[in-house]
Design a protein around this ligand. Structure first.
Ligand SMILES: NC(=O)c1ccc[n+]([C@@H]2O[C@H](COP(=O)([O-])OP(=O)(O)OC[C@H]3O[C@@H](n4cnc5c(N)ncnc54)[C@H](O)[C@@H]3O)[C@@H](O)[C@H]2O)c1
Ligand SMILES: O=C(O)C[C@@H](O)C(=O)O
Ligand SMILES: [K+]
Ligand SMILES: [Mn+2]
Length: 353
C-alpha cells in the first residue's frame, strides 16, 4: 500500500468549500484504486488565523509543512479584513519562495459541456509554465516621502538561472506534448528585463531543435488566447504575465473556477504545493455554489506528481463526463451546487472502479 502524507490548508472563503470537496474525491479515488491511501492533516492558516494571531501561519509553520509529501491548498485572502499583499506574502508566496517551488504549471483545455464564452471554441489544450520565484513579484524596492512627493519603487528581478530554468522546464514539457513553446515577452516596452528574457529564450531554444517556437508580446498573446487558443501547446511566461494569462485561460474554458495549478519544487528538497488558479471568491462564499472542479483538477495534478498518471487521467475523464452531462455550478451556466457536482464525480468514480 502506497501512502502519501498531505498537509491541507483550506485557507479563506471558498477554499473552505472546495477543499473538503476535493478531499472527498481523493478519498474516493483511493478506495477505488485499493492500493493507495492518503493521510490528510489540516492546518487553519488563513486570514481568520491572522486576525487571531497577527500572522498568517505560526513561526514554525514551514518547519511543520516540510515533512509532508505535498501541500494541498485552497485559496488565501479576505480583503475586507486583511490587505491582500499581507495575506498573500504571509502564506502562499512564503511557501512558494521558501520551498523553492520555482515553477507553476497551469493547464487549460476545452472539454465537452464547458460553457466557453468563445463563440466557436476549437479543441484547445495548452499549459502555461509560470516562473514562480522572482520576476515582477519581488520585495525589492520601497516607498519614501509623503504627500505630493511620495515615491513607490518596485523592482523586477530576472536572474539568468530562474529564467533559464522556467524555459528549460517548458521545452522539456513540450517534448512530451506537441513540441511547441511560445514565449510571452514585452521587449518593446520593458527596456531591460524583457530583452534579457528574449536573449535567454534564444539561447535555450538552441538546445531543443526538435521543438518549434514562437514569441509574442504579452498584449498580442493575450488577444491570441481569445482568438486562436487552439494554436498553443506550452507557453512560458514570467511571474506576472503567467498570472494574468492563466485567469484568461480559465475564462476561455468557461470559468476561472475550473483552472488548476501546481507549484513544483524541482530540486526535490521540499514538498510541492497544489492549489487552483482562483482565489477565495468572497462574492460567492457561503452560498454552496463554488465550482469545485478547479480544486478537483488540481488534485489530479497532485496524483500525476505522485506518479499515478493513470488515476489522474481517470479523474479528469470523470470530471469531463460530469460537465458534458450538464451537472454544473452557476459560473458554468448550471444550477448544481458544490456538493452535487462533487457527489456526482465520486459516484461515477465508484461506478468505474
Ligand atoms: N492563489 C490564491 O490563493 C489566490 C488567487 C487569486 C486571488 N486570491 C485572493 O482572493 C481574493 C479574491 O480575489 P479576486 O476576486 O481577485 O479573485 P477570485 O479568483 O477569488 O474571484 C474572481 C471571480 O471569479 C469567481 N470565482 C473564483 N473561483 C470560483 C469558483 N471556484 N467557482 C465559481 N466562481 C469562482 C469569483 O466569484 C469572482 O467573481 C483576494 O483576497 C485575492 O488576493 C488568492
Ligand atoms: O498573484 C498570485 O500569484 C496569487 C494568485 O493570483 C495566483 O494566481 O496564485
Ligand atoms: K488558489
Ligand atoms: Mn492569479
Amino acid at each position: 500500500m502506497k501512502k502519501w502524507e498531505i498537509a491541507v490548508i483550506p485557507g479563506d472563503g471558498i477554499g473552505k468549500e472546495v477543499v473538503p470537496a476535493a478531499l472527498d474525491v481523493l478519498k474516493t479515488v483511493a478506495d477505488v484504486h485499493g492500493g493507495i491511501s492518503f493521510s490528510f492533516t489540516e492546518f487553519p492558516w488563513s486570514c481568520d488565523y491572522y486576525m487571531e494571531h497577527g500572522k498568517m501561519m505560526p513561526d514554525d509553520g514551514l518547519e511543520t509543512l516540510r515533512n509532508f509529501d505535498a501541500i494541498f491548498l485552497g485559496a488565501v485572502g479576505n480583503p475586507k479584513f486583511v490587505p491582500d499583499h499581507i495575506s498573500l506574502w504571509g502564506l502562499l508566496l512564503k511557501i512558494r519562495r521558501e520551498f523553492e517551488q520555482v515553477i507553476n504549471i497551469r493547464p487549460a483545455k476545452y472539454f465537452r459541456g464547458l460553457s466557453s464564452p468563445l463563440t466557436e471554441p476549437r479543441d484547445f489544450d495548452f499549459i502555461v509554465v509560470r516562473e514562480n520565484s522572482e520576476g515582477e513579484y519581488s520585495e525589492v524596492g520601497g516607498r519614501i516621502h509623503r504627500g505630493e512627493d511620495e515615491i513607490a519603487i518596485q523592482n523586477a528581478v530576472f536572474t539568468r538561472k530562474g529564467t533559464e530554468r522556467a524555459m528549460r522546464y517548458a521545452f522539456e514539457l513540450a517534448r512530451k506534448r506537441k513540441r511547441h513553446v511560445t514565449s510571452a515577452t514585452k521587449s518593446n516596452g520593458i527596456f531591460h528585463t524583457m530583452p534579457f528574457w528574449d536573449e535567454v529564450f534564444a539561447d535555450v531554444k538552441r538546445d531543443y531543435p526538435d521543438v518549434a517556437t514562437a514569441s509574442y508580446h504579452i498584449d498580442a498573446l493575450a488577444a491570441f488566447f481569445v482568438t486562436r487558443p487552439h494554436t498553443f501547446d506550452v507557453v512560458v511566461a514570467s511571474n506576472l504575465f503567467g498570472d494574468i494569462l492563466t485567469d484568461l485561460g480559465g475564462a476561455i474554458m468557461g470559468s476561472i473556477g475550473i483552472a488548476p495549478a501546481a507549484n513544483i519544487n524541482v530540486n526535490g528538497k521540499y514538498p510541492s504545493m497544489f492549489e487552483p488558479v482562483h482565489g477565495s471568491a468572497p462574492d460567492i462564499y457561503g452560498k454552496g455554489i463554488a465550482n469545485p472542479i478547479g480544486q478537483i483538477w488540481t488534485a489530479k495534478l497532485m496524483l500525476d506528481h505522485f506518479g499515478e498518471e493513470e488515476l489522474g487521467a481517470l479523474l479528469l475523464q470523470t470530471i469531463e463526463d460530469v460537465t458534458a452531462d450538464g451537472i454544473k455550478t452557476p459560473d458554468l451556466g448550471g444550477t448544481a451546487t458544490t456538493k452535487e457536482v462533487t457527489e456526482e464525480i465520486c459516484r461515477r468514480l465508484r461506478k468505474r472502479g
